[in-house]
Design a protein around this ligand. Sequence first.
Ligand SMILES: [Zn+2]
Length: 255
Amino acid sequence: MRLHPRAGLVTAAAVLLPLAAAVPAVAAPSTAAAAYAASCPAAGVVTQGYSSGHDGVDIANAQGTPIYAVGAGEVIASGPASGYGQWIRILHDDGTVTEYGHMYQRDVAVGQYVQAGQRIALMGSEGESTGTHLHLRVRVGTSTTVRGIDPVPYLRDRGVNLPCTPGGNGGQTTVTAWAEANVRSCAATNCGAVSKVYPNESYPANCWTTGQLVSAEGYTNDKWIELPLRAGGVGYVSAIYLKGDDKGNVSRECR
Ligand SMILES: [Zn+2]
């Protein structure tokens, strides 16, 4: 279904779905986030997988190839690291940590909160490395001594299959709201509002999921777009408030 031009829709939608007044721009949902929707860490060839002798996955490409945060989270390390030359560690809302090594340039600092798909570094060959690549390691928790888990199924569970294309498979897209609308803690109008979108403002979007039907001017859809929240976690807004097709221009289904 295609939504038709929106002139006059604002009023109708407001009547059908009154927006809660003065909703504070809130905090992460109370429940711990499940597996988040990941973004592609870097374009390149997978030259080495996870094994007993290799705690991570290697993605090789030319020096200077951008490296992107796999998911939103807090940068808990950014600097020199033994073996890695340089590393960046990001703590995600689900308690996992992604580590990026051997980069030629780092773009983020400790304490910074990054979004999924945000550029964090440029690929290099620093430290113990035989060629330009990203070494991506995933650990559960912030310990730097516990062995990591296999990044390939970790990413697959979050919607990214290696090798991947940044901004494409698993990448974020951008949506633009045509009306003010609540972003809710789940894909239904009876879920609590955790944030808002505003007319003609654009937002990063992860993926879409099926939820409660929302109607305006005779048009109805059940597509809800998952948005990363600035405070961490994700929220959902009905695609009927977003410009574009009935998926709000987001092609990837949430998994
Ligand atoms: Zn490696």
